[in-house]
Design a protein around this ligand. Structure first.
Ligand SMILES: [Zn+2]
Length: 259
């Protein structure tokens, strides 16, 4: 009985925020992020990241979100997804990756967070925790109406967005891997990226600190994904290598501010 009640509560959580609301909230949050995060304004590199992202999106499950892919001019190895479509990837990922499938793996993980609507769950928790139950009522349509801006503020607390749960992370790895493989890339790219993160954590801890603060340890994920990664598919491209070389010649990326 209690269990059934809990399960229905959990299911309810996913329906508190509609897809349309999620998209609006993501748009607001992205406007906020744009004010704070330096975008790498290089047409070729931006188009390249976008092309990988769009190829993944074609194979993503879930609602037709207006996905976007933007490169942050930061050196650290990190990426993040906002509700309803916006994905950011740090320039540092492209510096550190050794082939295209690894970059596609990072983006596939973020696309999976969006496609699986993990933000809707986080938004519900954030709304309850930060803004009180009154606002939750408003979101549910019983009150004055929470604006997308208020909800975005709940998602971005002090400029840092909420952590996804471990279950969400596991699901993003699994669904992301599926998206990666269906889109034609070698699934091993995702595993390799985690191996790189693991190496960096001893060699250059500062470069992966943000990533580790918001993600489960790579060794757990490597073990789980190795059996599912398969082989075959695209590992690399001439384009990746030339974009990477281009990025490495530019002025050094900035460091992410410490939060
Ligand atoms: Zn994640």
């Amino acid at each position: 009985m209690t269990r059934v009640f809990l399960v229905s509560l959990m299911l309810l959580q996913f329906t508190l925020v509609s897809v349309q609301q999620e998209i609006e909230i993501g748009r607001e949050a992205n406007a906020q992020v744009r004010k704070e995060v330096p975008e790498l304004r290089d047409a070729q590199a931006a188009a390249y990241v976008r092309s990988i992202g769009q190829r993944l999106v074609r194979n993503a499950p879930g609602p037709q979100y207006p996905y976007s892919f933007t490169m942050a001019d930061y050196r650290e190895i990190n990426a993040f997804a906002l509700p309803g479509g916006p994905v950011w990837i740090n320039r540092g990922v492209l510096h550190t990756a050794t082939n295209e499938s690894q970059v596609a793996g990072v983006l596939a993980h973020e696309v999976a967070h969006i496609a699986q609507r993990h933000a809707a769950d986080q938004l519900t928790k954030a709304t309850v925790a930060n803004l009180g139950l009154g606002l939750l009522g408003a979101v549910l349509g019983n009150g004055g109406g929470a604006s997308a801006a208020q909800m975005a503020a709940g998602f971005l607390t002090n400029g840092v967005f909420l952590k996804f749960s471990r279950d969400d992370e596991r699901e993003a790895d699994q669904v992301g891997l599926q998206i990666l493989r269906t889109s034609g890339w070698d699934g091993r790219g995702m595993v390799e990226l985690f191996q790189i993160l693991q190496q960096e954590s001893t060699r250059n801890p500062g470069s992966v600190e943000t990533f580790f603060s918001s993600h489960p340890p790579p060794q757990d994920r490597i073990g789980r994904l190795q059996g599912m990664a398969g082989s075959g598919g695209t590992r690399d491209s001439q384009q990746f290598q030339s974009i990477r070389a281009r990025l490495l010649k530019m002025a050094a990326p900035k460091s992410m501010p410490r939060s």
